[in-house]
Design a protein around this ligand. Structure first.
Ligand code: UDP
Length: 463
């Protein structure tokens, strides 16, 4: 039902793509998708409309200021009764309530309708919206290809899983096995027969019907899993375009404390500091924070601990006792910049995919402490398959032995003890940098994705 011009040619044929961007309102998902959309728009002159909850609108201000062809489409959640701490899958189901309003919005603008839908991979229902609009949909995966492949096998296999049995991902390269507790929590949370969970499951399965898939990863990091995804989806439109981070559209406010932090880092020897951060959501329970604090103290290593908004997790007196060699960041830490500072030599991370990639891109060896979600898979990738990380603890319930963790922290910044991991991290970082340079695999994938998208928008098979 493409509109026609006076000469009868479908107007869509002469239009540049107009992308309707549907993010999941969670920073770990929203930020890389914005980075990707910013690049698509500024490099290829693509118009964007980003649907965002009214409460998240402020998170878009720097993006909108730096992306001239982008506009926000704020909406209110259909029902404010979403329980606190609801997981991402149920949040995505909740957000499906905006599908009908989005369809009406798109139909109310016959002169400039969206010609592509790009959505976060949790928003599988966006496929139905794209079908209704007769436009291609691209799924944006904010997780790595290994985790995405694992999720595809799991969502499309027999569910629910039996908690007594380890899961063998027998269709994936190397047939990796995971104890039940290390299977992504979103899959373990699935409740058969629960109406919301059945909608969530259908949504995840709908992703396989998307026209294309963009993964925030790069060939050298995950080649075998990217190939697996191409076979699984049955087409080659799987583009690894990462690392996408840091396109300058995030606009995080630089706090005055950050200036002091960087001045202090400038005084530290190269690779002598351990950076500690568990992402944008995780708050360690008191026993865990106490063990970590004790380990940082006992390690004798320099450190920066980004504790997040709730500094109550800090063991009492830690800051004072370690003032000569440690810094605590309250609130939002400038993580990418910290990781890139020459003084930072190791990153104690929960292995959220963004953090994993940011650490890899900075060439900083990771100390992996996966907590939940896809983090055990990310840890398997960087520790066991790529050798650029060391596993130091596992699980949100783990309370590591402080002395053992202290040794791991100290070794991580001791060149004589971490040489091998350091070398592998440096090689991976070089590959990440090469991937996004002119002619690199991610750059080439991005360009061909943009070109194919433009062609698909004009194809009579859509619309
Ligand atoms: N982040 C940051 N400062 C903080 C905490 C987090 O910049 O104080 C960023 C981090 O750089 C990464 C994202 O937030 O880009 C966290 O995403 P990730 O996938 O690592 O973990 P999640 O928050 O989704 O658990």
């Amino acid at each position: 039902m493409a509109a026609t011009t006076t000469n009868g040619v479908p107007s869509r044929r002469r239009r540049r793509p107009h992308v309707l961007v549907l993010p999941l309102p969670s920073r770990g998902h929203l930020l890389p998708l914005l980075d990707f959309a910013h690049r698509l728009s500024t490099r290829h002159g693509v118009a964007l409309t980003v649907a965002v909850t009214a409460s998240d609108l402020p998170l878009l201000s720097a993006f909108l200021a730096s992306t001239p062809l982008a506009a926000a489409l704020p909406f209110h959640l259909p029902d404010a009764s979403l329980p606190e701490n609801s997981n991402h899958a149920l949040l995505a189901v909740h957000l499906s309530g905006i599908r009908a309003p989005l369809l009406s919005w798109a139909r109310s603008r016959p002169d400039d309708p969206p010609t592509v839908v790009v959505s976060d991979f949790f928003l599988g229902w966006a496929q139905l919206l794209a079908d209704d609009l007769g436009v291609p949909r691209v799924v944006f995966y904010a997780s790595g290809a290994f985790a995405v492949a694992a999720l595809e096998q799991l969502w499309n296999g027999a569910l629910p899983l039996d908690p007594k049995i380890s899961v063998v991902l027998d269709t994936l390269p190397g047939s990796p096995a995971f104890p039940y507790e290390h299977v992504p929590s979103v899959v373990r949370s699935y409740v058969a027969g629960d109406p919301d969970w059945e909608v969530a499951l259908e949504g995840f399965r709908l992703n396989a019907r998307a026209w294309g898939a963009v993964v925030n990863s790069f060939d050298e990091m995950e080649r075998e899993f990217l190939e697996w995804l191409k076979r699984f989806f049955g087409h080659g439109r799987v583009w690894a375009v990462g690392p996408v981070a840091d396109s300058g559209c995030r606009g995080e406010e630089r706090l005055p404390e950050a200036e002091q932090l960087f001045s202090w880092l400038d005084t530290c020897p190269a690779r002598s500091v351990v950076y500690v951060c568990f992402g944008s959501m995780y708050k360690p329970p008191p026993a865990q924070a106490a063990a970590l604090g004790a380990a940082l103290e006992a390690s004798g290593a320099r450190f920066v601990w980004a504790v997040g908004a709730d500094a109550a997790v800090l063991p009492e007196g830690l800051e004072e006792r370690t003032a000569a060699r440690g810094r605590v960041v309250r609130g939002w830490a400038p993580q990418v910049e910290i990781l890139r500072h020459a003084a930072v030599g190791a990153f104690l991370t929960h292995c959220g995919w963004n953090s994993t990639l940011e650490g890899v891109a900075a060439g900083v060896p990771l100390l992996a402490w996966p907590m939940k979600a896809d983090q055990f898979i990310d840890a398997r990738l960087v520790v066991d398959l790529r050798g650029a990380a060391v596993r130091v603890a596992e699980g949100a319930a783990a309370v590591p032995d402080a002395a053992t963790l202290a040794r791991a922290l100290a070794d991580a910044v001791d060149g004589a003890k971490c040489g091998d991991v350091r070398a592998k991290a440096a090689a991976l970082a070089a590959a990440a940098a090469a991937a996004v340079e002119e002619g690199g695999s991610s750059r080439v994938a991005f360009e061909s994705m943009a070109k194919e998208l433009e062609t698909a928008c004009m194809s009579p098979s859509f619309g």
